[in-house]
Design a protein. Structure first.
Length: 136
């Protein structure tokens, strides 16, 4: 199945932070990203969340990811926030409290096929902690 998405990643750069370090936090989670400074934040666009999906599998947080993705769905898009501090370590950690300082915001627009199918692709449902094949 062909997946076509565009994910916009934004992260504020606070006065106490080094811009290159924030850029590294983004590229640790999204290796294809090329963060560009824009008005006090870094912005990047990627067309593939394969590495993020690998991290979700490795960290065994597929259910958490699915919940975050699907609860923040609007039409053909979904959004989520990741903790910047964890990203510095290459770890995916979802922001629970909106407005938390140090968040990396991601908005994913799914052009093909649809949000639910794409979420199933990057964060499949699980049974007893193991991914379940939904293609049957």
């Amino acid at each position: 199945m062909i997946h076509r998405i565009e994910a916009e990643i934004t992260a504020p750069v606070h006065d106490t932070e080094v811009t290159d370090r924030v850029a590294d936090a983004i590229t640790d989670l999204f290796p294809a990203a090329e963060p560009e400074p824009r008005g006090g934040e870094l912005v990047a666009t990627v067309h593939d969340l394969a590495h993020l999906s690998e991290l979700l599998h490795r960290q065994a947080i597929l259910d958490t990811a699915r919940g975050s993705f699907l609860s923040n769905q609007q039409g053909n898009a979904f959004s989520f926030q990741l903790k910047k501090q964890a990203a510095f370590e290459g770890i995916v950690n979802f922001v629970v409290e909106p407005g938390e300082l140090g968040a990396i915001a991601i908005r994913v627009v799914v052009e093909e096929p649809d949000v639910e199918s794409y979420v199933d692709h990057i964060a499949p449902p699980t049974r007893d902690g193991e991914p379940v094949d939904t293609s049957e």
